[in-house]
Write a protein that binds this ligand. Structure first.
Ligand code: GLY
Ligand code: MN
Ligand code: MN
Length: 417
């Protein structure tokens, strides 16, 4: 920041219906900088010769604490979390104009929330009202996220340790799902097995809505109904993972409901697995962001041609985009506190280079809906294989390797049940 004042509020509590709330989830930026998990809190960072970290939070309230639980209050929050100052949240609007006086910039998440935008305008007008007393108002509003996104993109050793654990728990959940799947069970029963593993391992919640999609449902990319019965002979696509201490995992596995891949299923599965292997092999420091995607596309295009699902050369299929009928998403995204984590994918018009400490997903797939020009053996097969990959000094490490993914590994695990 060099100089200026950054203001980073946490997320609000949200009503679900009447007086019931959604489970509370802090704002990722706020939590990244503070570790403070209570709602109604704002971090103010003053840069310059005497840097200050200032927390605004709820006051102690013995009566509310009887109903809703512990609140730190400013004094204990300052002590416990190491802020330079802490004040009651009610004092934010009164103190902000003073904190912004004679500062060159306000660093803020402008445009993310209209209520906060209005409050920021109020603080700025509060300083401007003092200019005749010799005070200078900030001349610039800058997006604080631009700075934080770059920080969050490169994970520290501590963050990697948490993500490794989130990946392990999520891998165990996929193994559990494979053990419990069989014809006649419902998608939501398997979802419950995933949640069981998450919660029993200390995770508070899934990192995103679990996708448990049997048969044709796997061709709906964001299927979340999870209400259908699992049928003999179908595949089951599960895209589910936990959040642990604010960090997400993101895993997809696709396996046969009855424990044995059919011939067409196996052909397509091996193709997607080979595409994923090629993509993971392309993850290394210095590689371009898009290299894994291009590596996956080469394998997928060749496979679709071999299976008669696309026609022409690999180059022609890639050039025309004919493959998009069966593979319509990209091969990955940044992963971190948010499942689709922050960070630019391009720099100066070029795909950015991978660096040690970045974590991304590698998730090629293939989804075949019924159509007159598609042989029936492929109909309603939807496959995705997704792992979480850490860029290391020399190459990469698959954090989710404990979730089985070869045909043999999966069939062996399911046969043992
Ligand atoms: N589960 C969300 C994704 O794979 O991007
Ligand atoms: Mn993903
Ligand atoms: Mn996913």
């Amino acid at each position: 920041m060099q100089a200026g004042v950054a203001v980073i509020p946490t997320a609000p509590e949200r009503v679900r219906n009447r007086d019931s709330h959604y489970p509370y989830r802090f704002d990722s930026y706020f939590h990244y900088l503070t570790g403070f998990g209570e709602p109604e809190a704002v971090l103010v960072l003053v840069a310059g010769p005497v840097p200050q970290s200032i927390l605004f939070c709820r006051e102690k309230n013995p009566e509310r604490e009887v109903w809703d639980g512990f609140r730190h209050g400013p004094d204990a929050a300052r002590e416990t979390f190491g802020f330079d100052q802490a004040h009651p949240i009610d004092q934010l609007d009164e103190m902000m104009p003073k904190l912004l006086a004679d500062q060159p910039s306000l660093y803020f998440h402008l445009g993310a929330d209209s209520d906060w935008d209005a409050r920021a305008v109020g603080w700025l007008n509060g300083v401007r009202a003092e200019v005749r007393n010799g005070v200078t108002a900030p001349g610039a509003i800058q997006d604080v996220r631009a700075l934080l996104d770059e920080m969050r993109l490169i994970k520290s050793a501590e963050e990697i340790a948490v993500m490794r654990r989130a990946a392990e728990i999520s891998s165990a959940a996929h193994r559990r799902a494979m053990r419990h799947a069989r014809p006649g069970r419902y998608e939501y029963e398997i979802e419950a097995e995933l949640l069981h593993e998450f919660r029993c391992s200390g995770s508070l919640a899934p990192a995103y809505s679990s996708i448990v999609a049997g048969g044709a449902n796997a061709c709906v990319l964001h299927y979340v109904d999870n209400g259908a019965v699992l049928r003999d002979g179908d595949l089951l696509l599960i895209d589910a993972a936990c959040e642990l201490d604010g960090y997400a995992a993101d895993i997809t596995r696709t396996f046969p409901v009855n424990g044995r891949y059919g011939a067409a299923q196996k052909d397509l599965y091996e193709m997607v697995l080979a595409a994923q292997a090629a993509a993971i092999a392309a993850v290394a420091p210095g590689a371009g962001w898009d290299d894994p995607h291009q590596a996956a596309l080469q394998v997928l295009a060749q496979g679709l041609i071999d299976f008669g699902l696309c026609a022409g050369s690999v180059e022609a299929v890639l050039e025309s985009g004919d493959y998009k009928r069966f593979y319509m998403h990209k091969t990955g995204h940044w992963l971190g506190m948010d499942v689709h984590d922050v960070g630019d994918y391009k720099r100066g018009g070029q795909w950015r280079r991978l660096e040690p400490g970045m974590v991304l997903t590698v998730e090629p797939g293939c989804y075949i809906r019924p159509a007159g020009d598609v042989p029936e053996r492929w109909w309603n097969i939807g496959i995705r294989i997704e792992d979480d990959v850490l860029v290391t000094g020399r190459g990469c490490e698959v954090l989710t390797a404990a979730a089985p993914k070869t045909v043999r590994e999966i069939e062996n695990l399911m046969e043992a049940q």
